[in-house]
Structures are given as structure tokens and as C-alpha cells.
Design a protein around this ligand. Structure first.
Ligand code: ZN
Length: 222
């Protein structure tokens, strides 16, 4: 082919290559599991601001048993609540909780246990109560004050807050948006809080740090 011939076809070749490399080739990866996609749709403002890619690696996966034997909520309520808890922690600190949901009261040997119940009258009638890794209690529907960037579910927010205590955090009352502020919808963690919790997580997490997500909760209500 003569040079003028080459010049005539080259725009088509260039356009074809451009189309292939810019549109077809960099196909976005599929979601690694359904949990994030569901959270994004169901957890409102929390997920809207939460990046899909975790900001820290590796992801620390901490076993968490959810006890709902005393709860008066429907089991169907818990899907979005538990997804939002993981969304709050994974999107900011690269920590997520590998959950199993049970009706019995037997605690995990290693990990963290949370009990949900209609009220916490025996614990000062608070929204949530932390006494140790295997003694965390959360009211079915906590009563929270507003924040500028609120979590969707008060139950998810309060549970995420109590898990913050389990990962070594104290209260931080400087902003309504902070997860560790008492009794607000805030869910944000500061850089120092992230550093503290990631350090604490290394002692509680599963040894295999290769998975990027904790996956959907395992529900076993026998
Ligand atoms: Zn607290």
C-alpha cells in the first residue's frame, strides 16, 4: 500500500483502537459480593459518601456474633442494618466484621458479641452499652440527635459506635458527625481514630487478610 493509501485508512484504524482501549478494555470490575451494592442502595447518606475502594489495606476481618434472641425487630430488618455497620467501618478504616446472626446467647470464643434488645433498662436505659468484647448491648431502635451527615439507621450507627469502643476508642464530643460522639447520627472517624482501631484490629482479626470483604452475614436461627 502506498503512503497516501495508508494515510486514508489510518483514521479508521486509530478510531477503532481508540474505541477498544478506552471503552471496551477497561471494563469496570464486578462487585466482589452483594453486600456493598445492597448497602449503597439501602443505607442512604452513609453509603453516598462512602468510597467503594477501602482507603486502607489489608482489610481486617473481625468475627462478630449478633444475638437477636431478645430483639423484637424482624430478621428482615437486620440485612440493611448489618450491611451499614460494615460500610461505616470498611469504607473509612479498612475494617469489617464477619458476622453470624443467632438467637442463642452463647458468645464467640474469639471475636466480639453484640446483643440487640428492645430496651436497655438494666443498663441505665441508654442506647448502647459496652462492657467488653463479649458484653455489648444495643437497643433495637436507639434515639439519636441529628448530625450534618447522618447514618441511615440509628441501630447501625449505635452498633458501629459500640464496636468503636471494642476497638479502643473513647468518646469524641467535638462534632455531631463523629462516630464516637454520644447519641448522634454521626458516623465519621478521625485519622487518629482510624490509626487506633487498625492497630487494635490486628489482635482481633482473622489471620487471612487476603479477602477484601467480609461477605454477607451468616444467619443461623436454630
Ligand atoms: Zn459510647
Amino acid at each position: 500500500m502506498s503512503m497516501p493509501g495508508l494515510l486514508r485508512v489510518s483514521p479508521i484504524v486509530v478510531l477503532t483502537l481508540f474505541f477498544y482501549f478506552t471503552i471496551l478494555w477497561p471494563l469496570p470490575p464486578q462487585n466482589e459480593c452483594s453486600i456493598a451494592a445492597e448497602t449503597k442502595q439501602s443505607s442512604g447518606s452513609t453509603a453516598d459518601a462512602a468510597p467503594e475502594s477501602p482507603p486502607y489495606l489489608p482489610i481486617y476481618r473481625i468475627p462478630l456474633r449478633i444475638h437477636i434472641g431478645k430483639s423484637e425487630r424482624e430478621i428482615s430488618d437486620y440485612r440493611s442494618i448489618l450491611n451499614e455497620i460494615n460500610d461505616i467501618w470498611r469504607s473509612q478504616a479498612g475494617i469489617c466484621f464477619k458476622m453470624d446472626v443467632v438467637k442463642h446467647d452463647r458468645p464467640l470464643g474469639r471475636g466480639i458479641d453484640v446483643w440487640f434488645m428492645p430496651d436497655l433498662k438494666e443498663f441505665g436505659d441508654d442506647n448502647g452499652y459496652f462492657r467488653g468484647d463479649h458484653e455489648i448491648y444495643v437497643r433495637d431502635t436507639p434515639i439519636l440527635g441529628p448530625s450534618e451527615h447522618p447514618a441511615h439507621s440509628p441501630t447501625a450507627r449505635t452498633t458501629a459506635h459500640e464496636l468503636g469502643h471494642a476497638l479502643g476508642l473513647h468518646h469524641g464530643q467535638d462534632s455531631d458527625d463523629n462516630l464516637m460522639r454520644s447519641k448522634t447520627y454521626g458516623w465519621h472517624l478521625s485519622k487518629d481514630e482510624i490509626k487506633t482501631t487498625r492497630k487494635a484490629a490486628t489482635a482481633k482479626a482473622l489471620q487471612d487478610t487476603s479477602p477484601l470483604r467480609c461477605g454477607a452475614p451468616v444467619i443461623n436461627l436454630d
